[in-house]
Design a protein around this ligand. Structure first.
Ligand code: FAD
Length: 572
């Protein structure tokens, strides 16, 4: 079994060769002093840290799992020292603002780091993976007093954070949440009571304090999501007292065994309001969107890890003589069986998944750069465009990176034949670990609904149209522009059909049948753009990647297009 090793060189070439990241970042005075050399240096160090401190704990963490002992959670051997080393080395603080103790570096570096961490050890990465969202939520919505106490600790990663949303009867439907909040006598804090389930990192020994961000309902609050407020509930209160939040048990589950999934009981625990009363979901969305992009990165990292393993296996395992391209019969070039990597069926799996990883990376890293534009660009119009991009692609990336990762990892397991099903090779763990990514942070079905209902229909597809036009402009006379334009035209046509259907009686019901396919259609369109963007002089493999993409992914576009038109029963 091989441990995952991030390939910093490939990442740097994507960043500079395809996305011209350092040129983009130069347009923002905030990143004065950040150049390609600095980013390469950081990425090389990050890759070393991941390979030498985190990858090696993946298998042992899976086998050992977390232990529960009377309210305490003990993470697998090596997890705490690795976490302490991680935050002390400043890796948790990469993109946080310098005034909060962060390093003020581009978000794209953090994205790459978290992709690699997830590929190396999904379970370990679960806890720090929530830091960025918690930091943003506290920074933008919490009072100055709360910020003074919590922000530096969250920015540095000295304390970890959780997202406490789910309850036994309320999963996707947040309007059903029942956890209660009552204003305390001190007039500034609240008593939080209720039970949250499935809370990742609700209790553990990685950090000395845990900061829970909890959605709860005040008395007299309106029903549904409009009556939710967000509270900060620490494990240890500012006076050092252990708070009244308890872990009742941890779940026994299919994968990510090294990540404790906790049932958390809030027993009149002291909490402090973040943002305004009844506007909790608005504040929590900041954390949820960050977490959704983090989950997308989990998909990319895990698929890359599985691909590394299967490519190595396929380069050693021999079965049959491979048929050579120029010959109709069996190869006679060498005696004995060929490496299985020479068989087209195996090559197809490896090439397709390599192309997918590369194309998704471009989209994910572009999103990180856009999020920095949204925050730091001097021109308001550019900030707005950047935010539009991020809002639109977040559900697409969350759902698609995780779905393609699961499918791709299953194919990578296939490369091992029966050996893939055996624990020894480590590939079955990836398949088990990866499965949850399609479920949490809003299931993939909920992402498809979010895309249609919140990102497309409210402005009749106008934002999407602008985004697609901008992408075409970025290709600037590229040889593949006509092909991409054809794909985008079809997307726009079907989007307008969806808008029309939504206005008809029963239209929303009809649309609900095709939302997942619509999300896939947009995914393949964006992947096509991403593949085309890589076809340039600097990327020697890019032409092959484009061809792989055309052969194996564009038919998926046509399939989803056909499904949508069939279900909507309208001409497009
Ligand atoms: C390992 C793990 C870690 C987790 N970590 C956290 C965490 O840290 N914090 C937290 O708050 N939660 C966490 N969760 C909870 C997770 O976010 C929920 O499980 C998820 O949101 C789905 O909720 P549910 O399980 O209740 O499924 P349900 O909401 O009951 O959904 C069941 C099925 O119905 C589908 N469905 C529901 N509504 C619709 C609809 N309108 N249209 C189409 N399909 C629909 C869903 O997509 C799903 O397939 C975690 C869960 C697990 C297993």
């Amino acid at each position: 079994m091989i441990d995952y090793t991030p390939k910093a060189h490939d990442a740097i070439s994507t960043l500079e060769g395809v996305l011209r990241a350092s040129d983009a970042l130069k347009t923002m005075p905030y990143f004065e002093g950040v150049d390609a050399d600095l980013m390469a240096q950081i990425l090389n160090e990050a890759a070393k840290f991941v390979a030498s401190n985190i990858s090696g704990l993946n298998r042992s963490g899976d086998e050992e799992g977390c232990a529960f002992d009377d309210g305490k959670v003990i993470t697998p051997h090596g997890f705490r020292p690795a976490y302490q080393a991680f935050y002390r080395a400043g890796w948790a603080a990469l993109s946080a603002a310098p005034e909060d103790g962060g390093q003020g570096l581009p978000l794209v570096l953090e994205f790459m780091l978290y992709e690699w961490l997830s590929g190396a050890n999904h379970a370990w990465t679960m806890s720090p993976g929530l830091l960025h969202g918690a930091y943003e939520t506290i920074k933008h919505h919490a009072s100055a007093e709360l910020q003074a106490h919590y922000l530096p600790k969250i920015a540095s990663g000295e304390w970890l954070a959780t997202m406490c949303i789910t309850e036994a009867h309320a999963g996707s439907d947040l309007g059903l949440l029942q956890t209660k909040a009552i204003k305390a006598e001190d007039g500034s804090s609240y008593h939080i009571s209720g039970t949250k389930i499935f809370i990742s990192g609700g209790e553990h020994d990685l950090s000395d304090n845990i900061v829970h961000l909890v959605l709860a309902r005040l008395p007299q609050a309106p029903a549904g999501t409009k009556g939710l407020s967000l509270f900060l509930v620490p494990k240890f209160n500012p006076d050092g007292q252990r708070s009244r939040v308890h872990c009742e048990r941890i779940e026994d589950k299919m994968g990510i065994h090294g990540s404790p999934t906790c049932v958390m009981r809030f027993d009149q625990a002291q909490g402090w309001l973040i943002g305004e009363e009844n506007k909790g979901l608005n504040a929590m969305f900041l954390m949820m969107n960050a977490a959704r992009l983090h989950v997308a990165l989990q998909g990319i990292g895990l698929l890359d890890s599985a691909l590394q393993k299967s490519a190595a296996y396929a380069s050693e395992r021999r079965q049959f003589k491979a048929i050579q391209p120029a010959q109709a019969g069996l190869s006679t070039t060498s005696n004995g069986p060929s490496l299985i990597i020479e068989h087209p069926a195996i090559q197809k799996i490896l090439n397709k998944n390599q192309a997918l990883i590369q194309c998704f990376r471009v989209l994910a890293y572009k999103t990180a750069i856009e999020l920095d534009f949204a925050k730091h660009h001097p021109e308001p119009a550019r900030r707005r465009r950047a935010l539009d991009w991020a809002n639109l692609v977040t559900p697409i990336l969350k759902a698609s990176c995780t779905q393609y990762a699961f499918d791709g990892i299953s194919e990578c397991l296939q490369v091992f034949g029966g050996h893939g099903y055996i624990r020894e090779w480590g590939i079955e763990q990836h398949l088990r670990d990866c499965r949850i990514a399609m479920i949490y942070e809003g299931t993939n079905e909920i992402q498809a609904i979010d895309l249609m209902m919140r990102k497309i229909l409210p402005d009749q597809g106008h934002t999407l149209e602008t985004v697609l036009n901008d992408l075409l402009k970025e290709l600037q006379g590229h040889e593949l522009t006509p092909q991409i334009k054809t794909v985008f035209d079809k997307i726009e046509a079907i989007t307008q059909t969806c808008v029309r259907v939504s206005l008809e009686a029963g239209g929303h019901y009809q649309l609900n049948w095709i939302m997942p396919e619509y999300l896939k259609l947009l995914t393949v369109g964006l992947l096509a753009w991403s593949a085309a963007a890589q076809v340039n002089a600097r990327q020697a493999q890019s032409q092959a990647q484009w061809l792989t993409f055309v052969h194996w992914c564009l038919p998926e576009f046509d399939k989803n297009f056909a499904t949508i038109t069939h279900y909507l029963k309208v001409p497009v």
